[in-house]
Design a protein around this ligand. Structure first.
Ligand code: ZN
Ligand code: MN
Length: 519
């Protein structure tokens, strides 16, 4: 039965910025890797009489993220106190932003196969982005004791709030994955959900299809992985659909927590019990003005937008588009090869080496541009296949990455040119690649030393075929009577005779020339 309801979903995402020091003090910001309560000081512990000082790097990175996500950067912004009383917040309030966030609006285009439909693009609009400090970490022991680790207290957070633009759990997951990639491309956060660098709360309500009204939302907290985002929302859609079907749709706003072990959401509190945060401007931090002008006489204390715009690097979406247009990758390969910024650089260097190689061969017809355009689709497919299906797989199996994998882009490109020129077949290529990773030496050196080069001389292949035919009259008879197994067997014998170094297509052709093709 098709459902009569659509889900209306919005996300609130906290991103931990990987600045050197904390948001308002000079404490080390790598406290998650340090013993508990060692990266702390009177400021992040909220001792009376101390003053916060804003981390300029965090402010600049917040603006950078705002630019990357097409938001309006505020000309004037300030911090507010958000009051609540809990052991993880020693001051009794969190320094956050309420009325004047650093970024208003913004958007991110996501792509995917939503609801099992075709590849689709969709714009998700943002409400705002603001900066704040993180709370300490509470650890509850199984024996009922609770501990507080203040290392995380006061570390810089960027909160991104979307509009309720998602219509399915998959859209929310794809958005978070794209956001993670952007944070990594910008170099401002590792954005690892499992490690809590990227945390997400999801708001969801249902409504009848065709209606515009927003119904009271349910907020889901404690979502710690991309899978959990999808599962928690799917669970909540099912729960709320049942309520609608029973004629009891949700009428009050509430907060629920995702229980990973039970794979369900559990009610935590309803609107009536919600906090009153009593926001007011933080008196200990001066308001900030962000200047849009270009000026030669800049005040070092001020923030200038053009300085930050210069730091904006190419973002994943633009890179994917360029990979498709410039190099001829297909959309799927372009997606995988840009999933990691370093991998995308590695890929680009390979392609530029391949292009140089193609030009150096001096093809008689056409300009360099024309020659490239004729060949690029084939070469990029070849590169993508060997990179994704073989190289990354071998590295993954050996717990290595492209930095520790010993293979330079130059060597990888050379390896591909040997394959392209049929100097090696794919079995040899696989072995060669493994040895390149193991030794770090160039493919030319390895081929030379190990005698791996393919048998190119057709007369050698022809001699081998002759020999196998005369040694195996019974199999040849089977072949002539049309047995596929016999054909495979003869092929294998010839390949073995040539130590696996011949072009399979040539062997096949020579066999057929001598015995006739299998009917
Ligand atoms: Zn501190
Ligand atoms: Mn927050």
């Amino acid at each position: 039965m098709p459902t009569k309801y659509e889900s209306v979903i919005g996300l609130e995402i906290h991103v931990q910025l990987k600045t050197k020091s904390k948001m308002f003090c000079s404490c080390d910001n790598s406290g998650e890797n340090q013993p508990p309560n060692t990266t702390i000081c009177p400021i992040c512990l909220g001792h009376p009489g101390v003053l916060p000082v804003l981390n300029r790097q965090a402010l600049e990175w917040g603006i950078l993220a705002g630019l990357a996500l097409c938001g309006d950067i505020a000309a004037k912004t300030h911090f507010d106190r958000k009051s609540y009383f809990y052991p993880d917040l020693p001051k009794g309030y969190q320094i956050s932003q309420f009325s004047d966030p650093i970024v208003n609006g913004g958007r991110l285009e996501i792509e995917g196969r939503f609801d099992g439909k075709n590849w689709e693009k969709k714009i998700i609009n943002l409400e705002r982005i603001h900066l704040e400090e993180d709370a300490a970490k509470l650890i509850h022991s199984p024996t009922g004791e609770s501990f507080v680790d203040y290392n995380r207290g006061g570390t810089p957070l960027m909160e991104i709030v979307t509009k309720p633009d998602f219509r399915s759990p998959e859209e929310a997951k794809v958005f978070l994955q794209e956001l993670r990639l952007i944070m990594r491309y910008l170099g401002i956060s590792d954005a690892d959900m499992e490690k809590g660098h990227l945390r997400c709360d999801a708001n969801i309500s249902l409504r009848e299809i065709g209606k515009d009204k927003l119904n009271p939302k349910t907020e889901i907290k404690n979502i710690n992985s991309f899978r959990a985002v999808e599962r928690a929302l799917q669970h909540e859609i099912k729960r709320q659909t049942e309520l609608w079907n029973e004629g009891k749709p949700i009428t009050v706003q509430s907060t629920r927590g995702w229980d990973e072990a039970k794979q369900k959401t559990v009610e935590q509190r309803t609107k009536e019990e919600a906090h009153d945060y009593r926001y007011f401007p933080e008196p200990d931090l001066p308001p900030i003005s962000i200047k849009n002008e270009t000026s030669n006489t800049k005040n070092p204390d001020d923030i200038y937008l053009d300085d930050i715009k210069h730091k904006l690097r190419e973002l994943p979406q633009a890179k994917r588009k360029r990979f498709i247009e410039e190099y001829g990758f297909d959309a799927g390969d372009a997606h995988i090869l840009t999933e990691d910024r370093d991998l995308s650089y590695f890929t680009e260097q390979i392609l530029s080496e391949l292009r140089a190689w193609l030009e150096s061969k001096g093809e008689p017809e056409g300009t360099n541009e024309e020659i490239w355009n004729v060949n690029k689709k084939r070469l990029s497919k070849l590169a993508a296949n060997w990179l994704i299906n073989r190289f990354l797989k071998i590295l993954g199996d050996q717990n290595k990455n492209i930095h520790t994998g010993n293979v330079t882009p130059e060597n990888f490109a050379e390896f591909l040119t040997f394959f392209e020129q049929k100097k090696i077949n794919s079995t040899t290529a696989q072995a060669l690649l493994e040895q390149m990773i193991e030794s770090g030496r160039s493919p030319a050196q390895i081929i030379e030393e190990k005698g791996m080069a393919q048998v190119g001389d057709e007369s050698i292949i022809s001699d081998a075929v002759e020999k196998i035919i005369s040694d195996n009259p019974k199999v040849v008879e089977d072949y002539k009577s049309g047995k596929i197994q016999a054909a495979k067997f003869l092929f294998g014998l010839v390949m073995r005779d040539l130590k696996g170094k011949a072009d399979p297509q040539t062997i096949q052709r020579v066999l057929e020339e001598k015995l006739g093709s299998l009917q």
